[in-house]
Write a new protein. Structure first.
Length: 56
């Protein structure tokens, strides 16, 4: 299977209805996830959080 990259994800997410996209580039040892924090700050009760993990 071909690895996904951010450009493919950024193009695909709006096609499935995502209106706001937050990103993080972090290793497993990084405790600060600003994109995730921003998403939770933005999140409303009626929202759905979509997570797309990229493998490289």
């Amino acid at each position: 299977m071909q690895d996904q990259n951010f450009i493919q994800q950024k193009d695909a997410l709006p096609q499935i209805g995502c209106q706001q996209i937050f990103t993080d580039n972090a290793s497993g040892d990084k405790s600060s996830r600003t994109g995730l924090d921003d998403a939770f700050d933005f999140f409303r009760e009626e929202d759905t959080l979509v997570v797309w993990k990229s493998t490289s």
